[in-house]
Design a protein around this ligand. Structure first.
Ligand SMILES: [Zn+2]
Ligand SMILES: [Zn+2]
Length: 557
């Protein structure tokens, strides 16, 4: 029976291009998961969009002396281009600037207000006397009250990932001019998180299938006691409060961005025959997964669930498989110091699958992972090219040349051949389980083991030698190897969609890998192969130095 799966992926701030940290943290695992479920024949809806509001955008706009709308619009286009080229297969990638999103966000705000889960209070807000403006979120910096690290912002500390109220910052200063802010009274709205504390704790305790890091972080955060959080800001750029008398105030970007999962589903449904179809991904028998980096855990395991509990009878998250961080060459990724590998740069020089491969096999699932160019090239050359690509190429070119471009007719399978075919079937089963539980690293490792074992099998059988004295034995060995390739195209597909689709075509199949389903399928003897070409290309080892030297150089981004 087919399942229904909603996949929500973190909404990237449209203040700059994407880097490999974003990809390893959220977008690649989400895409692997979506492709796997689609191949299983499940109904998948994968949504996200660019987060166009908030101070990350306005600060970037001020820096470039352009409007926030220009900055956000331009980066949104860059995102779309990157998704397409890296093969991140969103069903909808929208943005927070749509009318639909503003309507859905306003509705949730008003409903929660009506039910008493949002209340108004006068608070003292940081105000810069020099810049003559309030300092929301990223306009103010100081020392984190929780972990004492400098450079904490008015909404969150990057070091310990805890949300912060600006008034809690130690030694706060205006990020623009460095002046110590005054505090001025301003009326704001608060989300009454304290009202959900007990329900949230009880709910979280039932989520034994969550990753340990997500469960621990969330439980600790809840046990320290929740605080109500201001969900409005003194800022012009964003969704205006849907109430009279609050001009110059907008919904806090975090409050409205998480609503994007719901508004994007509604936007998707509007393009369908049945506008109410969004319900099939939010109510009843459907599992919702949220793919995010670990800095976003609280928003997806506490704040968004609290909003949903207060709003109406929509499904709470089923799983939030947050990843840890990716370091670059052993150092913490930093966009401001340009210690990052930017996706548009990468895609201008290399193919998508080698990056997807490295980030999958090193995925920071349970601890931080590292990206290094040396390892990128080594894994490309030794694993993608030498182990997997070469296996495909030698089997297909030899078969193509010696068997009239067709899948040969096998003879009887000996025990060795049978055990390899069984391993191919078992790999589909093992990976099915691993992927359904979001264990991506382990899953791709077992796909590579199958490729390794097939190389060993071919070394033993050496059809290139036996063909002279025993053509049938060679045909059988090649048939077995081709059957394994047929499995590899399926199990590699979620990770390496481009090369898998090519392999699918080389094997003489029509349509798409996805359309063939998650199953073991031996090709029919006589099936016409396509002239094979290498799936991957070897990279020059000197590129590692060249690429590494780009890191940390400040150029326009
Ligand atoms: Zn901190
Ligand atoms: Zn200032």
């Amino acid at each position: 029976m087919s399942e229904r799966i909603l996949i929500g992926v973190a909404w990237p701030y449209a203040n700059g291009p994407l880097h490999v940290g974003h990809i390893a943290g959220a977008y690649l695992p989400a895409d692997i998961f979506a492709r796997y479920h689609r191949t299983k024949g499940n109904e998948v809806l994968m949504v996200s969009g660019s987060d166009q509001h908030g101070t990350p955008i306005t600060i970037q706009a001020e820096k470039e002396e352009r409007t926030p709308a220009q900055i956000a619009g331009e980066n949104h286009q860059l995102f779309l281009d990157s998704w397409q080229r890296l093969g991140i297969s969103f069903d909808l990638f929208t943005s927070t600037s749509t009318t639909n999103h503003a309507e859905v966000a306003s509705d949730i705000f008003l409903t929660l207000l009506d039910k008493g889960y949002i209340y108004k209070a006068t608070v003292s807000q940081p105000f810069c006397p020099h810049c003559q403006r309030f300092l929301p979120d990223r306009y103010i910096e100081g020392i984190c009250p929780f972990c004492n690290s400098p450079g904490a912002r008015g909404d969150q500390c990057d070091e310990c990932s805890k949300p912060i109220n600006a008034a809690e910052l130690i030694n706060p200063h205006c990020r623009h001019c460095g002046t110590n802010p005054q505090f001025k009274d301003s009326e704001h709205f608060f989300l009454k998180l304290t009202a959900f504390e007990d329900r949230l704790l009880a709910w979280v305790k039932e989520q034994s299938h969550w990753r340990q890091n997500v469960l621990n972080f969330t439980t600790r955060y809840l046990e320290e006691g929740l605080k109500d959080r201001a969900i409005t800001r003194d800022i012009e750029w964003g969704i205006p409060l849907p109430l009279d008398g609050f001009e110059g105030k907008c919904l806090y970007v975090w409050f409205e961005a998480v609503i994007g999962y719901l508004s994007a589903t509604k936007e998707w449904a509007k393009s369908r025959e049945n506008k109410e179809e969004w319900r099939s991904f939010w109510q009843g028998d459907v599992k919702s997964y949220y793919f995010i980096g670990k800095d976003n855990i609280v928003f997806h395991t506490i704040i968004w669930p609290a909003m949903l509990m207060g709003y109406s009878d929509l499904n709470l998250p089923y799983d939030v498989p947050a990843n840890e961080f990716l370091t670059i060459e052993g150092r913490k990724l930093s966009t401001s110091r340009n210690w990052a590998v930017w996706l548009p740069d990468y895609l201008s020089r290399y193919d998508p699958d080698p990056l997807r491969y490295l980030l999958s096999i090193n995925m920071p699932e349970t601890s931080d992972g590292d990206f290094s160019w040396r390892e990128f090239i080594r894994r490309n050359n030794n694993e993608l090219v030498a182990t997997y690509g070469n296996l495909v190429h030698r089997v297909l070119t030899f078969t193509y040349r010696n068997f009239d471009g067709c899948v040969p007719e096998p003879g009887e399978f000996d025990a060795r051949s049978q055990s390899l075919l069984n391993m191919a079937k078992d790999t589909l089963g093992t990976m099915d389980e691993l992927l359904s539980e979001c264990h991506f690293r382990e899953a791709i490792r077992s796909a590579m083991s199958l490729a390794h074992e097939t190389n060993r099998y071919l070394d033993e059988k050496s059809p290139w030698k036996t063909i002279k004295e025993d053509r049938q034995a060679a045909a059988t060995a090649l048939y077995v190897a081709i059957s394994v390739l047929s499995s590899l195209r399926t199990v590699m597909y979620p990770f390496l969609p481009f090369s898998s689709q090519r392999l699918h075509e080389f094997l003489g199949y029509k349509g798409s890998v996805e359309g063939d389903g998650w199953q073991f399928r031996s090709p029919v003897p006589g099936q016409r192969l396509l002239p094979p070409e290498p799936l991957f290309s070897k990279l020059d080892e000197d590129l590692a130095d060249e690429e590494t030297s780009r890191l940390g150089q400040t150029h326009l981004h």
